[in-house]
Design a protein around this ligand. Structure first.
Ligand SMILES: [Fe+2]
Length: 205
């Protein structure tokens, strides 16, 4: 069975004006779908079904990179929402304990994201030591392959913002906070804290 593009959890115009329908359609139906199409081509002739995580963990080269990019995008879509809610008490307390305040976390996250020289991803992760941390991954990097449990992803590839924000990456990051799906982030944190196997539940798809 070929790997299929998951549907977005909202309409393509639902994140506007932060992310326009034009940008989101290109990103989902063009970029995200493209990684899966390429992966299916690379896997053609393989007679057994493989999950994205299996390919990420055991694959090499382009197949592994495509699997990581497909997984990262599916996770990223769930980190965004048109139905914004502020972070819950438990999540805000955890962020405040680590970065002093929610705003302190947001500034640290944006500083890390702005430090990308080329394409990549910035993540809020739960470390094997049980700490919250910010992790920058270049290209198709995955925190799963570093032993981290991802809680929040932000796509820092140029295609993520260029249509809507030109070369103003910082504005993209600042606007993104108004569509972050904090209940999803908090659920990921609960899963991570509840069990070391929590990452198996992360995609919720
Ligand atoms: Fe992307």
């Amino acid at each position: 069975m070929p790997l299929e593009l998951p549907s977005l959890p909202y309409a393509t115009d639902a994140l506007a004006p932060v992310i326009s329908a034009q940008n989101l359609r290109m990103h989902h139906e063009g970029i995200h779908a493209g990684y899966l199409q390429r992966l299916n081509t690379l896997l053609a002739g393989d007679d057994k079904d493989q999950s994205l995580e299996h390919i990420m963990n055991t694959g090499r080269g382009e197949a592994q990179a495509c699997a990581c990019q497909a997984w990262n995008h599916t996770f990223f879509w769930q980190c965004l929402t048109p139905w914004y809610q502020s972070p819950g008490d438990a999540l805000e307390k955890a962020l405040t304990a680590r970065w002093g305040s929610l705003e302190g976390f947001q500034e640290a996250f944006m500083a890390s994201a702005m430090a990308h020289f080329m394409g990549g991803w910035t993540w809020l992760v739960y470390t094997p030591q049980g700490r919250l941390d910010i992790h920058n991954a270049a290209d198709a990097g995955s925190p799963l392959l570093r032993g981290f449990i991802p809680l929040l992803a932000v796509d820092m590839w140029e295609h993520a913002w260029y249509i809507d924000f030109g070369n103003n990456r910082r504005k993209y990051l600042q606007k993104l906070w108004s569509i972050i799906n904090w209940p999803f982030v908090e659920q990921c944190l609960e899963d991570a804290m509840a069990t070391a196997e929590g990452r198996r539940n992360l995609l919720h798809v």
